[in-house]
Structures are given as C-alpha cells and as structure tokens.
Ligand binder design. Structure first.
Ligand code: PRT
Ligand code: ZN
Length: 292
C-alpha cells in the first residue's frame, strides 16, 4: 500500500543538523536512519526526513520535494529578498541564533549607514544586503562570495564584509568588528504555501504543535509556593511569563494559600529572592517535560 507521507527537510551536517534531529526526537517521533545517510524515516508516524544542504531547503519546500523544513531564517530571507516564494515561516525554534552583520577593520569609524557610501562589501547574502543598502539610501558595491567572507578585507577584495556572527570570535581573529545588524537569524520551521492533502495537513499541524510544545517547555518551569493571601497581586507580578496562577487552599489556614504557576520564561535566583521578599515560602521550581 502506498501510504501518504509527510516530508521534512533538515540540514545534513552543520550548525543546525544535530539540534534539528533532537527536536524531532523530543517531539516524540522515533527516528530510524535509512540505508543512505540522506534520509531518516519516522517509525511511529508517516514522516520521512531528508538530510540536505541548508541552502537547498527553501527550494525543496517551495517545489514540493519536501513539505516542511528547518532552516536558518537568514537563508529563507535571502531567498525571499531575491524574489523567491512558495515558502513561509511557521515558527522560530530557538536555536542557531546569530546576526547578519556588517563588519570591518577595528579602526573603521562607523557613523551610520551613510559611512558605507562608495565602499565595497563582501557577502554571501547579496539580496539581503542590497535590500538593506537601498532602504538606507546607500550606494555601495557588493562583492558576492560563496564563503570565507572574513578574509576579503585582508585580500583587498572588499573594504567591509556582511556576514553571520554568533560569538564574534571569527571577526576578532581577523581583526574585524561588527557595527551594524542587517537581520537576526535563528532556526525556523518553514512550510510550503501549497495546499497539502488533508491527512498530511493534519499531521503537519500535529508536528508543529509538538515542536511548539518542546520549544515552550525548554525554558518553562512549574513553580509552587505558599504565600500570604495579601501577597498574591505582588507574586503574580513577579512570576515571569505566567498567566493567572492557580491558588489553592491550605488546610487550617485562612490567611495563606498555595500558589502554582507555569512560567514560560527563565526563573532565576533573583526571581526566587523577589518571591521570598514578597512573603512566599517553601518555593519549589520544577522542570516541565512536555507542554501543550
Ligand atoms: O553545508 P551547508 O550548506 O548545509 O551548511 P553551511 O555551512 O551553509 O551552514 P552552517 O552549518 O554554517 O550554518 C547553518 C545556519 O546556522 C545558518 O544559516 C545560520 O542560520 C545559523 N548560524 C548560527 C550560523 C552561525 N550561527 C555562524 N556563526 N551560521 C554560520 N555562522 C558562521 C559565520 O558565517 C562565520 O563564518 O560562523 C562564523 C562566525 O561565527 P562566530 O561564532 O565566530 O561569530
Ligand atoms: Zn549552506
């Protein structure tokens, strides 16, 4: 029988490869490697995973080779800035964070986009850079490269570069510094804009909702404490990213209650200290395994 299957494209190897597969696994999909290292099949759902170059993911999704993909927003945006369509972002996934920056020799004095007039900028993101420069009304020459952009100033191929930065170590090692951000990048889940078969559409929705749950539970904590009734408004203010907390009776106590809340943002020691100061006691912070 020819069962309908959903196709997800992820990066074969590189910065997003491992985390993409980990996300699929955390979402409860059991992944088996197929004979080739180009694909995985999911054992407990009709899903196949293609492992490809990240640059090919938006095109594969747009032309129907894959229905979904995990790719850097920068790659998606570069394609869109060049007029490519057929793909849209479903949600950011919270890993692979970086910035597409304009950088140059440390001594370069940057006083806003006007400083870029008449200069040569090397990049692997010509469309995004063109968009940025024209929005800023700047006339600069773009030198398109396919990699190792950070060496361009030393080789006198360009005055400046426009490249992805995460830790900044590569720039520093090359005597360069970033002074302008063109866009923020991170891994995102994308889908084709075509209409899918209704069964596959349902499966896609279930997969995205599980991914959303995994991402949300990453920082989320379940916080429990006892507190004077009078402190409730202050405590609700302190709890990071929580909706209305659950308030429960404490046996034999009229003045105090138990407060439970799911905090969607990180709970730091400072948060606990602030809760204690507001009158809370017996504060417990628990990890959340799944959240929907
Ligand atoms: O082989 P394939 O084409 O699939 O991979 P690739 O080499 O094109 O991509 P890869 O694996 O380098 O990056 C995949 C995605 O990870 C990118 O599209 C971004 O969305 C995201 N990402 C996050 C980054 C970085 N951080 C990053 N630092 N991609 C690239 N870099 C490079 C950057 O270009 C520079 O050379 O790392 C260097 C700078 O890093 P720092 O830490 O020294 O600042
Ligand atoms: Zn690539």
């Amino acid at each position: 029988m020819n069962q309908k299957r959903l196709h997800l494209a992820i990066q074969k190897s590189g910065r997003l490869a491992e985390r993409s597969l980990e996300l699929v696994r955390k979402a409860g999909f059991r992944v088996n490697k197929s004979a080739s290292d180009l694909a995985y099949s999911v054992e407990n759902a009709p899903i196949d995973i293609w492992c490809v170059r990240d640059d090919d993911i938006p095109t594969f999704v747009a032309n129907g080779v894959a229905d979904l993909g995990i790719v850097g927003r920068n790659v998606l945006a570069e394609r869109a800035a060049g007029g490519g369509d057929g793909v849209r972002e479903i949600m950011p996934l919270g890993f692979g964070r970086c910035r597409l920056c304009i950088a140059g020799p440390e001594r370069f004095e940057y006083r806003g986009p006007g400083s870029l007039n008449g200069l040569r900028i090397a990049t692997t993101y010509p469309n995004l850079l063109t968009q940025f420069l024209s929005a800023a009304g700047v006339q600069a020459e773009i030198v398109t490269m396919s990699g190792a952009v950070e060496v361009a100033p030393r080789l006198k191929l360009a005055d400046l570069i426009c490249d992805l930065v995460s830790t900044g170590a590569t720039l520093e090692a090359n005597g360069l510094a970033a002074f302008e951000t063109v866009m923020e990048g991170e891994a995102t889940l994308v889908r084709s804009t075509r209409e899918l078969d209704p069964d596959l559409e349902r499966l896609l929705e279930s997969l995205s909702s599980r991914f959303r749950g995994v991402c949300a539970s990453q920082d989320a904590k379940y916080v429990m404490m006892n507190a004077p009734r009078s402190a409730l408004p202050r405590i609700a203010e302190i709890l990071p990213g929580a909706g209305a907390p659950t308030v429960l009776e404490l046996a034999g106590r009229d003045d105090a209650v138990a407060v439970h809340a799911v905090c969607q943002e990180s709970v730091f020691w400072e948060t606990l200290e602030a809760l204690k100061e507001a009158g809370a006691s017996a504060i417990l912070v628990l990890s959340i395994e799944k959240l929907m």
